[in-house]
Design a protein around this ligand. Structure first.
Ligand code: ATP
Ligand code: LTN
Length: 334
């Protein structure tokens, strides 16, 4: 890692094949930032077990997600790509930070409220302290920037609050991280239910979510069936959540402004617009499919990336962890 570059940390849970929401909200920025920053991109499997997972399936999803990081174009020589569970410092720091986090703060987290409603049979303590583990992920590496979607803004705020609180007591131990959230596409909504975010693991209908590895005809069919209103005008407006969502997708992928897109489709109907959105999404994801297939077949290469990533992250993680342990009064190891 070069000394003069700022540090980026982000992660995605291996809770399923990532969605177009993950792509637009997070991955696109990761790709943009990889040349100018020292980046750590983790597969946050410890977060994923806050909801029940089948062990063999979780292992496969984690490996597929790591392979997908590479297929998207993240370079493992430039970035540290690794499984969170391979670096025990995350759990060690999370424990310490738990002791600097208030129940009241965690109680306010919207993701906790939503997930505990959805998984009412399993409201475990890990789900509650999820943001503390996330704060540990970020603070462990003296992170400057955290590229995420809008739904993670609140978690970033609590990470900053915990860091500031700790620094106030013990001095400048942690860098205070900033969120890096895209202007367009920070919250892609479901295609069938555009009032809720598109989520890779929480959808009632397969048609609600475009998965990054969906075949082109499937992508086209899902967009064609997406829920809209009936006035047939391509306009961005709060009372047109379906069309507004498609406009966000279209603009995030073409770098056009909403006004430009509205003009482009001013004399066209929803059929033409949906076909254009499908085309853009398919073209964007096509190279990823091919690369994913090739990389999945190369077991030795993927194993090597996993091993090297864990080594690099473990090494880096120790500096901050040791400092924190010393500050709170743990005895030096002899
Ligand atoms: P899960 O369904 O397991 O809760 P998820 O699909 O919400 O997962 P995460 O793994 O929690 O995805 O998030 C990975 C990254 O993608 C985060 O930075 C998150 O903010 C971003 N993200 C997730 N969903 C969307 C969305 N619909 N629009 C934009 N960004 C998103
Ligand atoms: N909580 C995030 C995933 C995540 C993360 C992180 C993102 C875990 N640790 C650290 C950024 C930085 C989510 O659910 N999307």
């Amino acid at each position: 890692m070069s000394e003069d570059k700022k540090i980026i940390f982000s992660g995605v849970q291996p809770s399923g094949i990532p969605s177009l929401g993950n792509y637009i909200g997070a991955f696109k920025n990761w790709l943009l930032l990889q040349n100018d920053y020292n980046c750590l991109y983790s597969i946050v499997d410890m977060h994923a077990i806050t909801v029940r997972q089948e062990p063999a399936a979780l292992r496969k999803k984690a490996r597929d997600l790591l392979t997908l990081y590479l297929a998207l174009g993240l370079d493992p020589e430039k970035n540290i790509i690794y499984y969170q569970s391979h670096v025990s410092a995350h759990a060690e720091l999370a424990w310490i930070l738990n002791c600097f986090t208030y129940m009241g703060e965690l109680n306010r987290m919207t993701q906790f409220k939503e997930k505990s409603q959805k998984h009412s049979e399993n409201i475990n303590a890990g789900l509650f302290t999820y943001p503390v583990l996330m704060a540990a992920d970020i603070l462990l590496y003296q992170t400057d920037l955290v590229p995420v979607g809008e739904d993670q803004r609140q978690h970033l705020e609590i990470a900053r609050d915990i860091a500031l609180r700790f620094n106030n007591i013990y001095g400048e131990v942690f860098k205070i991280p900033e969120a890096y959230i895209p202007k367009t596409g920070a919250k892609i909504m479901g295609l069938q239910n555009p009032s809720k975010k598109m989520s890779k693991s929480e959808s009632d209908s397969d048609n609600n979510v475009i998965y990054i590895l969906d075949e082109p005809d499937k992508i086209a069919a899902k967009i064609k069936r997406s829920v809209t209103d009936s006035d047939n005008r391509v306009i961005y407006s709060p009372d047109k959540p379906g069309i507004s969502n498609l406009l966000n997708i279209y603009c995030a992928l073409t770098a056009k402004s909403i006004e430009q897109a509205e003009d482009e489709f001013a004399s066209k109907g929803y059929g033409d617009f949906k076909a254009a959105v499908a085309e853009v999404v398919i073209e964007e994801l096509k190279p990823v499919h091919q690369r994913f297939k090739e990389l999945s077949a190369d077991k030795a290469y993927i194993d090597e990336v996993i091993k090297k990533g864990a080594e690099k992250a473990n090494y880096l993680s120790q500096k901050t962890l040791r400092k924190v342990q010393k500050k709170v009064g743990f005895p030096a190891k002899l």
